[in-house]
Design a binder for this molecule. Sequence first.
Ligand code: URA
Length: 260
Amino acid sequence: MRDELRGLIAQLRARAEISDPEDWKTDGSGEGFAAPRVGLACAPAPTPAPESPPAAALETLAEAAALSSLRAEVLACRACPLGFQRLNPAFGVGFEDAEVMFIGEGPGFEEDRQGEPFVGKAGQLLDNILGAIRLSRKSVYLANIVKCHPMVDPSDPGRRGNDRPPTPEEMAACRRFLDAQIAIVKPRFLVALGGVAAKVMIGTETGIMKLRGRWHEYNPGEIPLLPTFHPAFLLRSPEHKRDVWEDMKDLRRRLDADEI
Ligand code: URA
């Protein structure tokens, strides 16, 4: 899958690099900005060629295209029962070139309606947490372990509070999408929100109380990963907000210290 995505990005990049000079031709003759053959003396000065788009912009474009084709795959996915039960998949949202990706466990009632991660009450708290360290849902990337709403009673998607954690089988079926999102966005840091996401991303049975606040690694050696409490847990246990604040200050320090 990663190789396919890398191939797609390379193709898009190559296409953009090849197609631009074609677009610059003014007369369709294939001669670009060659001087006109007649009336040279009074010919208007040729318009300067537009600058080639910076490589970073091309890369972001390729990432956006790769994410959009992955989103289409998620929309069509029926690899587990959740694909038949959800109203809308909550694929992921944010900046395709984000430095930080936050990972939750799965969409809830509101996310199922809007097809976007973290748009309910927990999402509002997450927005505030991000703002406190000068980040926003537009500057980071937000995704979940599973893209479809796990429900206690799938026959009643209109009922609030009908949420449950995803099963190991559901997480395994969906995992390739999250791995692909990480491969495309290539964040410098990952933050796992809550025990379910932390355990799966680190590959451990240790609980969030012990995991949080210490840096781990996604795919050892690849990306530093910080587990912290889930904002939904903070809504129930606000006394733990201080712990998350410490974790976020640590993340901010790492972002500032490792500034490229
Ligand atoms: N909780 C999650 O883990 N993810 C969401 O998108 C919303 C709530």
